[in-house]
Write a protein that binds this ligand. Structure first.
Ligand code: SAH
Ligand code: SF4
Length: 423
């Protein structure tokens, strides 16, 4: 979502006459787009600011701006406590960035953090780097108020773009050479077209039909709203990728209730069963939080048990991080740090073992892989992604081109990567 937001801001400032440069060394203005979901993400920004401080004294760098969720959360405090910050702009005020930069050049510091019920940047075409894979935000904000999460406070109320504008943009992306699009929202399942009341399943099938050779992905789904209609829509379109990210967060119903997630483990596993009954080869990933307030060893074991039973292909696993103003913040942060780390490591170890075992079952199978280019680790080899969103490494021949779909037979694997050969 932040990459996508940065592309929107890039367009806004380019249209205002600024040029985007590739290194801060050549910049007069540096804008940092930020995340507040965990403390660690904010800590990285403060580290970045302290390294920029030296720059600001010695180079042509005049203006430093903080964009996104940290600006929204910390507001004037950001500027008051960090003298090198000139502007702070929240997620719904990006249109003001050029004006605030202009003022900052005259020494005037600026803040714009009003949240909006209608802003979707519908009319702004994100300034995407050339590539094969594009992000496309179909909605903004979140109304779920999970008790641990700062997003509803920093990104405001849920609002969707019109189905027509999204389908038009997807068609344009295909015409521009993109081969894959990921539809983005904090909870895409609650997408509602403001003109036609179409839901997310309608949007997915409209996109899939409009560009039948483009791969369509989406993230993130909420287990409570993962409807039969949506699952059936994914199953019935070849170009909607067979990969679903469905955050479980915890395997304990008591903790899920405290998290205000509005589903039980039983509901979650029933949804997974329905997905697997219609789409047997669907890859699944999840998010897990270790050490939520009041989590006992027994709750933690239930999370491990759920992971064992569901067997996700992959997971994003986090240590609970208290966020001011959220409901969970008031519960205190009573799982000791060492214990949180221990539990998180247990979760990671188990998940790695599961991912590794699942990937062993891929050996001998043939995947259609969208070619991305040379592998990051070994430039001799190339990499791409399977429909199921797994990274596949292979030896290219002269005919292999970036953006083409090739068939790769899987020969070996690790917990995170598949290795194979062209067939
Ligand atoms: N809207 C998406 C993404 C939210 S943030 C969703 O609901 O899935 C991505 C993940 O960060 C969440 O799923 C959650 O696992 C994690 N997260 C959010 N707040 C957190 C916190 N305070 N501490 C630790 N992890 C958190
Ligand atoms: Fe946060 Fe929950 Fe909304 Fe996801 S669904 S952004 S975790 S409040």
């Amino acid at each position: 979502m932040n990459v996508s937001d940065s592309e929107v801001v890039s367009r806004i400032i380019q249209d205002a006459g600024y040029e985007i440069v590739s290194s801060p060394k050549n910049a007069n203005v540096v804008l940092l787009n930020t995340c507040s979901v965990r403390e660690n993400a904010e800590r990285k920004i403060f580290e970045r600011l302290s390294s920029l401080k030296k720059f600001k004294k010695s180079s042509q760098l005049n203006v430093i701006g903080i964009l996104g969720c940290m600006a929204e959360r910390m507001r004037s405090k950001l500027i008051d406590e960090n003298d090198i910050v000139d502007l702070a702009v929240g997620p719904d005020e990006y249109r003001k960035v050029p004006e605030l930069i202009r003022k900052a050049f005259t020494g005037e510091k600026g803040i714009a953090v009003k949240l909006s019920r209608v802003e979707t940047y519908d009319d702004i075409e994100p300034l995407r780097k050339e590539g094969i894979s594009a992000w496309l935000a179909v909605m903004r904000g979140c109304d779920k108020f999970c008790s641990f999460c700062v997003v509803p406070f920093t990104r405001g109320r849920e609002r969707s773009r019109t189905l027509k504008s999204i389908v038009d943009e997807v068609v344009k992306l295909w015409d521009d050479g993109f081969k894959e699009v990921t539809l983005l929202g904090q909870n895409v399942n609650s997408y509602r077209c403001p003109e036609t009341s179409s839901d997310f399943a309608d949007l997915l099938s409209s996109c899939a039909n409009a560009v039948p050779n483009m791969r369509i992905r989406f993230v993130t789904s909420h287990p409570q709203d993962m409807s039969n209609k949506l699952i059936e829509t994914i199953a019935s379109h070849k170009n909607i990728c067979k990969y679903i990210h469905l955050p479980l967060q915890s395997g304990s119903n008591r903790i899920l209730a405290l998290m205000n997630r509005n589903y039980t483990v039983e509901h979650f596993t029933e949804r997974i069963s329905y997905i697997r009954s219609l789409i047997p080869d669907c890859a699944l990933s999840t998010d897990i939080i270790a050490g939520f307030p009041t989590e006992t060893l027994e709750d933690h074991k239930k999370t491990l048990q759920a992971l064992e039973e569901i067997r996700f292909d992959g997971a994003y696993m986090f240590k609970y991080s208290p966020r001011e103003n959220t409901k969970a913040y008031k519960l205190g942060d009573d799982v000791p740090e060492q214990e949180k780390i221990y539990r998180l490591n247990e979760i990671i170890e188990l998940q790695n073992r599961i991912s590794k075992t699942i990937n062993l079952t891929e050996h001998g199978k043939v995947h259609e892989v969208l070619v991305e280019g040379p592998s990051k680790k070994n430039k001799q080899k190339w990499q791409g992604r399977s429909d199921t969103n797994k990274v596949v490494i292979f030896q290219p021949n002269e005919e292999v081109k970036v953006g083409k779909i090739v068939r790769i037979k899987i020969l070996s694997s690790t917990s995170a990567t598949l290795f194979g050969e062209l067939v």
